[in-house]
Design a protein around this ligand. Structure first.
Ligand SMILES: CC(C)(COP(=O)(O)OP(=O)(O)OC[C@H]1O[C@@H](n2cnc3c(N)ncnc32)[C@H](O)[C@@H]1OP(=O)(O)O)[C@@H](O)C(=O)NCCC(=O)NCCS
Length: 347
């Protein structure tokens, strides 16, 4: 992944120097920084469902090397941070967790931190790069470093100060010809303007239809497993995220039957989210009939045996409050319209 303005990592060991913000030290985080990072997130987000209020979550990522954090020190402790996470299951890298204390904002700090994250991790040419954001400022800052194409949202399950809000997903164009990418071959996809013009074209992806793997539900959430479904349930916000299917049903309709039974037993959640491969139209149709809506088109999301395949994000919401869009109102409306068009073609 090539950033627009590459930085070196020379600043990473400099200690904090008083005075101009340009002199302040940016350095990689260590496990000792976990309490300071939790304090930073608590101060920024208050009562939130953000995973970074959990010391153990941050520590695990630093210790196993999957999360590379950079922090900015101030005399009072960590004043800002950003992270690059590597997700082995789908060979992706995610720029995430950019936070700057209010008194340090508008000084270019998150931009510098994000640049360090992007530049200081060895690249894997087969990787897909992406990030999720709650605010247009984060998209603006990232676009200064690397091209980023919005591809959808999460339906807004998470909370900041007790209020639900959307997170958008943006994907970075892959380096030319770096990975094999397969387009779902159905007409509904090949003739969908949004996919061609708003996703593939700006990402530089060609339309190359081909067969998809049999896998249907894809993901990595597997804290619990019942009745053939692996999932994570976040009781604080009533959010169930499906991470995979281990049941015996061989076909999409069989899986849909199992999913209907599973949701009848376990689906009291306010929010259910699933990522399914974009060629699985029978299953998509059945899920739309169960009350799901498409909220994102995730190009090249799934990696399997040397090739990348697209996925759809489907979400079922049962909560009454409307999530805040924080300035993304127009983008969400436009994308929801495009996803509704696709849904109408599929049913
Ligand atoms: C979003 C956040 C990380 C930005 O950090 P920052 O260090 O102030 O950002 P930068 O100074 O690097 O600014 C990046 C760009 O955004 C612009 N910007 C920053 N804050 C802005 C604001 N409130 N409104 C409009 N533009 C803003 C800057 O002008 C700059 O663009 P420019 O170089 O073209 O002028 C910070 O506001 C924050 O921590 N917010 C709360 C947590 C959060 O929402 N994090 C993002 C999670 S996705």
């Amino acid at each position: 992944m090539h950033t627009k303005h590459s930085a070196t990592c020379h600043e990473t060991t400099a200690p904090f120097l008083s005075g101009n913000i340009e002199d302040r030290a940016i350095r990689p985080a260590t496990p000792d920084d976990c309490p300071g990072l939790v304090r930073l997130f608590r101060r920024t987000y208050g009562d939130t469902s953000h995973p970074c209020l959990d010391d153990g979550f941050i520590r695990a990522g630093i210790e196993d090397g999957s999360h590379r954090w950079f922090v900015l020190d101030t005399p009072e402790g960590i004043g800002a941070c950003a992270c690059l996470a590597r997700h082995a299951w789908n060979r992706s890298r995610e720029a995430c967790f950019g936070v700057v204390l209010p008194e340090l904002r508008h000084l270019g700090i998150v931009t510098r931190l994000a640049r360090h994250c992007l530049d200081c991790m060895p690249q894997d040419p087969a990787e897909l790069g992406y990030f999720s954001m709650r605010h247009p400022v984060a998209l603006h800052a990232m676009r200064k470093l690397i091209d980023s194409v919005l591809v959808g949202h999460d339906g807004g399950p998470n909370t900041v100060d007790g209020v639900r809000e959307y997170h958008m997903t943006a994907v970075h164009p892959p380096a030319a010809g770096r990975f094999i990418h397969v387009t779902p071959a159905q007409r509904a996809m090949l003739h969908w303007d949004f996919l061609r013009d708003a996703v593939y074209a700006p990402l530089g992806l060609a339309i190359r239809p081909g067969p998809y793997p049999e896998d249907c539900l894809v993901g990595t959430e597997h804290e619990q497993e019942t009745d053939g479904f692996r999932y994570t349930f976040d009781a604080r916000i009533g959010a169930l995220t499906l991470g995979g299917y281990t049941g015996a049903a061989p076909k999409e309709n069989g899986l849909a039957d199992d999913l209907e039974r599973f949701l009848a037993t376990h689906g009291k959640a306010d929010y259910v989210c699933a990522r399914i491969l974009a060629d699985k139209h029978q299953l998509t149709r059945r899920m739309l009939a169960m009350g799901f809506a498409i909220t994102a088109y995730l190009p090249a999301w799934y990696w399997r045996e040397g090739a990348r395949f697209d996925a759809l994000m489907l979400v079922r919401r049962r909560f009454d409050d409307s999530p805040q869009a924080n300035g993304f109102e127009e983008e969400i409306a436009t994308m929801d319209q495009a996803f509704a068009q696709l849904a109408a073609r599929l049913v």
